[in-house]
Design a protein around this ligand. Sequence first.
Ligand SMILES: [Zn+2]
Length: 427
Amino acid sequence: MARIRKFIRTVVFLALMGIIAFTLYNLFFLKPKVENLRQLEKLPKKKEISLVISPRAYVEKIKVVALQGSREIILFEGKLPAHINEVTFTVEPRKVGLKNGNALIKVELTRFLLLKETFEISAVVDTQPPRVQLIYAPYTVLQGGSGGIRARLSEPAELYVEVGGRKFRSFKVADNVYIALFGVPVNTSPRDIIKVVAIDEAGNKTIIPLGTGIKKNRFKTVTIDLKGKENLLKPKLHAILGNGEGFSFIELFKKVNEKIRKENKEKLKTIGANSAGQKYWKGRFLQMRGSKVLSKYGEKRRYTYGGKLISKSRHMGYDLASVKNAPVPAANYGVVVFTGDLGIYGNTIVIDHGYGLMSLYAHLADFRVKEGDFVKKGQIIGLTDMTGLAFGDHLHFGILIDGYEVTPLEWWDKKWIRTRIEPIFSD
Ligand SMILES: [Zn+2]
């Protein structure tokens, strides 16, 4: 009997010790943390905040308050839902009486009824969206063409031009003055509205329609039948793909013309994002001397095999042919930002002219320049060839804005540059 009693006493004692240890562990060692507290650092006109408590550590209640001067304003107060360690709430400073300026935010977590943990972060309340004053915007732009704006903002902000679902970044040229070059994607409709978007540091957004009209451009459709071109293309397709064993000729062509083309465009976007915030170029861009235009920008290409449509693509540059292995001049002053093999483009050079503007030279034989080189207008940078997805020796010449290929035609035109682009460089 005594042994049983002793056994029970031991069990009770151990259980009590366990409960005490467990409680002490939770109280003193398992501390709850608030992830993404920094979301509260900047408070614009309206912001959705979601705070994650991890580890949850038995947190039951959350209270978020803002202290401004002697005032205390509750931004959120509520229970942490069961099995979800996240609370979401919207902060609208003006609605709750928060003024623009500094505030101290306190996040208070309550667990075990009265145990409290407090986290603090200093915040800036700014409910004033940036004002955008357009200094210059073109009257019209062309589908596949280019444009530029100059704008003054009421405060520092991220500014971009949005057209046809694509964003074109801006560059700061003076205090609160920004310029942006933009391309008009070929598939943009003349009914589309070009927008200027400014987002200040707190996250307040201003969107204004540019008022620039989009003029329709004419693009030719060309059908190319691949039957009989297998011997020329097969080794090229294998080289571009890297492998491709076991695929039929048509499958190989589709992969290169669609999948690889898409990857190459993504790569150009990456290259384009690294443009310098200064203007290297001067005057019009050069077209390769004595060259004949084989194919224009925007051309719709239909690839058939024995008359049956197998793949489509858009030609996003000018094909210029001269003699075999003709010397290729840099179209303008700039810095070489890419030399290498670029899939369908073959051996390619990209020159940065600054402020998002770049030129591209594809299907080359070799390179006479290397990345980082400064090149002069007219300087020979390589020789033409037919590397990549080219059917013959020629130069594929492209103009890129923020990595998007636009028509080079405008950039070859002195008057167009003077009237449409130069105004963005002066007040
Ligand atoms: Zn081409």
